[in-house]
Design a protein around this ligand. Structure first.
Ligand SMILES: [Zn+2]
Ligand SMILES: [Zn+2]
Length: 409
């Protein structure tokens, strides 16, 4: 049972509710370009995960099967004290490991390169929650290995891990104010807003997943303050709506420094140093201006109303395609979704270009509509996916309507 997949309709529903509340209250916490970019990063993370998650499952399974220290018995409906205790300890254990995963995800360069994606949004709303990295498969799983080594049952850990992630959704909102004592025990909208800030006071604070008690215990807790209103985003802005680039941005900074520094020790070492550290020779040759919150402006290229509507319309296609792919993946696994994913990713890429109002965006979109779409759909037909004449009528209509709308936008 994939709890996260089950939660997706509720995520989308709550997001719509927040959007309506935002419009009624006129709080202006949603910009369509930023929200679409966050959701695109989330969809890229989920769909690339169909191919990369196998790495962590395999390693966790291997550790559990071969090296588990304790043998723990449990069944789903075990209401004995030890049964309930096991779930609570596993949940707390996961949250503790999450704290360190998240903390080092900010403090160590190579881990920040993966996690930064979640922080690039310069707005803060429920779409930010879904803005997830596509490269956590590289190292993040390491932090949870001790739990498998201890011998917690795999499905218990997977379940508490999913609950931990689902819990974190609701804290990404500005519509919920401070919650008093809860802000000092649990991760809440207030203390997680501070975590997403680029203000000096809040940097490297509030790493908890469900309990913020870990932060209080390890000295990384900071309350949101009226004296220092949160400015959301990262200090080296993404300034781009391409979800692929969002995942590569920080790796690219590190690759640049590794290429240009002279010493081999630094070429390798800089990946594992404190985030922001640069070799002295690279710093001297290619200095970076410090960020200045006083001059900070949100990235928001101007689009005409029709261009915005075009992007929003195509984004509905993205969501439908992503839901279809999730369905196929659940029944048939990774191989069956490769081509549909390529189709989806090409759409995410061109939507990024269109959202930026780039001069060549329309050419890319036409190429996608008239070459990529028919080509992938025609080779997609196999035992699992049958492309019937009815589907072709739908695809051709989509291409024609989209190209007409694109011409007018
Ligand atoms: Zn973070
Ligand atoms: Zn967050």
């Amino acid at each position: 049972m994939d709890l996260i997949a089950l939660a997706v309709p509720f995520f989308l529903l709550l997001l719509l509710v927040e959007l309506v509340v935002d419009r009624i209250r006129r709080t202006g916490h949603y910009r369509s370009n930023d929200a679409i970019n966050s959701l695109s990063a989330g969809i890229l993370s989920t769909t690339s995960g169909y191919f990369t998650k196998i790495i962590q499952w395999t390693i966790w399974g291997f550790v559990f099967s071969n090296f588990a220290i304790f043998e723990m018995q449990r069944s789903w409906f075990d209401t004995s004290l030890s049964g309930i205790g096991l779930w609570i300890v596993a949940g707390l254990g996961w949250d503790f490991c999450y704290y360190w995963n998240h903390r080092l995800g900010h403090e160590i360069s190579i881990l920040w390169a993966a996690h930064a994606v979640h922080h690039q949004s310069e707005d803060y709303n429920l779409s930010t929650a879904l803005r997830q990295t596509s490269t956590s498969f590289l190292l993040s799983w390491i932090f949870y290995v001790p739990l498998f080594l201890l011998g917690f049952p795999v499905d218990v850990l997977i379940t508490v891990g999913a609950i931990n992630l689902i819990y974190q959704f609701w804290v990404h909102t500005q519509q919920v104010d401070r919650l008093g004592v809860l802000d000092r025990i649990l991760v809440t909208p207030s203390n997680h807003r501070a975590h997403h800030a680029q203000n000096e006071r809040y940097i490297d604070k509030n790493y908890g997943g469900i309990f913020v008690l870990w932060d209080r215990l390890f000295g990384t807790f900071e309350e949101e303050s009226d004296d220092d209103p949160v400015v959301f985003g990262v200090r080296k802005p993404l300034a781009n709506w391409n979800p692929f680039w969002a995942n590569f941005q920080v790796y690219n900074y590190l690759l640049f420094d590794a290429r240009h520094t002279e010493r081999w020790r630094d070429k390798i070492g800089l990946w594992f140093r404190r985030t922001g550290w640069r070799p002295a020779d690279v710093e001297a040759r290619f200095p970076k201006a410090p960020s200045d919150l006083l001059t900070f402006k949100k990235f928001s290229p101007e689009l005409s109303r029709r261009q915005s509507y075009y992007v929003m319309g195509q984004f509905i296609v993205v969501i439908l395609l992503a839901l279809l792919i999730a369905d196929i993946f659940a029944d048939h696994g990774s191989a069956a979704v490769l081509l549909p994913c390529l189709l989806l990713w090409s759409l995410l890429y061109t939507l990024g270009l269109l959202n930026e109002g780039r001069a060549h965006a329309a050419k890319f979109e036409l190429l996608r509509l008239f070459v990529v779409v028919p080509l992938t759909v025609s080779v997609m037909s196999n035992d699992i996916l049958t492309v019937t004449p009815y589907v072709w009528v739908l695809v051709v209509s989509y291409i024609l309507v989209s190209s007409l709308c694109l011409k007018k936008s």
